[in-house]
Design a protein around this ligand. Structure first.
Ligand code: SF4
Length: 274
């Protein structure tokens, strides 16, 4: 019996349909069996594609080189009062926080205060108002200061950085370092008898103590600024107290501030007067 396929082929040939070819079926190789594609190495450095990781990173911040964007240390040292210092540095763009600020938060208070607070950096309210410790944390700080018999304006309040870190994060060590010279000059000009650091960041960046604040709060430390050693009392940041609003935490802060006030009330030895 004739094969039906052969008969159909013969019929097509008779009709003049020539050149019938079987379509090759696609050959799908398993990935592991595929021959590796060989890409010749680039002959010149500029032919090489940029590494993908570098392309996904934000560009590094390049501070401006002009005198206003980056105040020179000499102009900071030359400031003879707080107003002059503020004037010298308020346009600062020396670190990545500068371009993002709404307002520069220099610090405020009695320029001859015996007790100086140093916090971490401006938050949202401070950035809007250009003043340190406003909003809820500021209200609590005012109450804490009132509890030791002082008014806020009888103290001086500053921060490690003068521009707001985004999302209320802590300033990076690089940002803190870029700003620290301003704070040192501020401390020299205020010449406080005692500094109270609020939270872990000022303790680490100003005093160089990296231990947890829970462990070291209430223990006297020292910092040398402008050739003068100043006693430092570490305590909790008011924002932390608000979050952990327990009687123990509030009592601990009160005791720390009381100890700082007692030190600040001591008579000033003549040799340490500015
Ligand atoms: S945080 Fe300090 S160093 Fe950074 S831009 Fe502001 S003032 Fe300058």
């Amino acid at each position: 019996m004739e094969n039906p396929l052969e008969a159909w082929r013969d019929t097509l040939l008779e009709l003049g349909v020539m050149g019938l070819v079987r379509e090759p079926s696609p050959v799908v190789q398993e990935p592991s069996l595929r021959a590796p594609s060989v890409v010749p190495p680039p002959r010149h450095a500029e032919d090489r594609p940029a590494p993908r990781l570098a392309a996904s990173l934000p560009p590094a911040y390049v501070p401006p080189s002009d005198a206003i964007g980056c105040p020179r240390p000499a102009s900071v040292a030359a400031a003879t009062d707080l107003a002059g210092l503020q004037q010298a540095i308020q346009g600062c763009l020396a670190c990545p926080l500068g371009p993002g600020r709404m307002k520069f938060v220099f610090g405020e208070g009695d320029p001859g205060a015996r007790l100086m607070f140093v916090g971490e950096g401006p938050g949202r309210d401070e950035d809007l108002q250009g003043r340190p410790f406003v909003g809820k944390a500021g209200e609590l700080l005012d109450k804490m200061v009132g509890a030791i018999g002082l008014k806020r304006e009888e103290t001086y309040i500053a921060n490690i950085v003068k521009c707001r870190p985004p999302d209320n994060r802590a300033p990076t060590p690089e940002e803190a370092r870029a700003c620290l010279g301003y704070l040192h000059r501020q401390i020299e000009l205020v010449c406080p008898a005692v500094i109270v650091t609020l939270g872990a960041t000022p303790l680490r960046e100003l005093v160089g103590v990296g231990e947890g604040i829970t462990r070291v709060r209430g223990q006297w430390k020292r910092v040398k600024v402008g050739g003068r050693e100043i006693p430092v009392m570490p305590t909790f940041h008011p924002a932390y107290v608000l979050r952990q609003y327990t009687q123990d935490i509030r009592r601990a802060v009160w005791e720390d501030l009381k100890a700082a006030k007692e030190w600040a009330d001591r008579p000033v030895p003549p040799e340490t007067r500015p």
